[in-house]
Design a protein around this ligand. Structure first.
Ligand SMILES: [Zn+2]
Ligand SMILES: [Zn+2]
Length: 235
């Protein structure tokens, strides 16, 4: 083909098959990802049927309005996220962010309201020093141009290094989390629709603590955008 030399060949990041130059995954690998399927309309917990709210959200409605997560935290998404986070594999993080952006654009076209800002979950400074980067911030920086929504890092800050959550009971964890974050400029939050960006939603405790803080400061709506959801809290 005459124009072939213009095309940069693209290979699927998962199976090495040649794929569409616009994408980093071939169609087969993309279809095989652990797409979340039927889920709680509030917290995205996988459920047997669509359009329902899970028992926990009914009993104790969370402070956040809606969780958006395209995938279950299962193979190969779990391994992609771990390699991005712990082996600094940026292209994998970027690929996941691109797919999340596409998923969100689709939902915005349906009926999901667009937030006015993206707020990455800040990392404790000790962990930031160990890892050298904040994966939530990187995801937000990749999502922002694709969605045309600004990242507002400065609105949400980490105040201190909290003790490891595993050693605490549920009440201790909530207390621990509430004290871990600060909002330096509450006026900016008034009546805003904000989206918190994180990589994986597990117990939802961090999301809940942040959403509650933001709502108390006057935010009108708080959504959580993340890559993956664990099947059950704590799994
Ligand atoms: Zn493939
Ligand atoms: Zn729920």
């Amino acid at each position: 083909m005459v124009y072939n030399w213009l095309n940069i060949e693209q290979f699927c990041l998962l199976c090495d098959e040649r794929c569409d130059p616009e994408h980093s995954l071939c169609g087969a690998c993309e279809a095989d990802l652990p797409w979340l399927g039927p889920q709680c309309m509030v917290c995205a917990l996988p459920l047997p049927a669509a359009g329902l709210i899970c028992g926990q959200c009914l009993k104790r409605p969370p402070a956040f309005d809606q969780v958006v997560a395209p995938w279950r935290f299962d193979f190969p998404i779990d391994s992609l996220i771990n390699r991005f986070k712990h082996q600094s594999r940026w292209p994998l993080g970027r690929l996941l962010a691109e797919l999340l952006a596409r998923h969100l654009k689709h939902l915005f076209n349906e009926d999901l309201p667009r937030p006015s800002a993206l707020l990455p979950v800040p990392l404790a400074s000790k962990r930031l020093r160990q890892r050298g980067f904040n994966q939530a911030r990187m995801l937000a920086d990749w999502l922002s141009p694709a969605l045309r929504i600004p990242v507002r890092n400065e609105l949400l800050q980490r105040t201190m290094d909290t003790p490891a959550q595993q050693q605490l009971d549920a009440a201790g964890r909530r207390r621990n989390l509430r004290q871990a974050f600060a909002l330096p400029d509450k006026k900016q939050l008034h009546d805003q629709h904000l989206a918190i960006i994180d990589d994986v939603l597990t117990t939802g405790a961090t999301a809940e603590a942040l959403a509650r803080l933001l709502k108390r400061a006057g935010a009108a709506r708080v959504d959580i955008y993340c890559l993956a959801r664990t099947p059950k809290p704590g799994d």
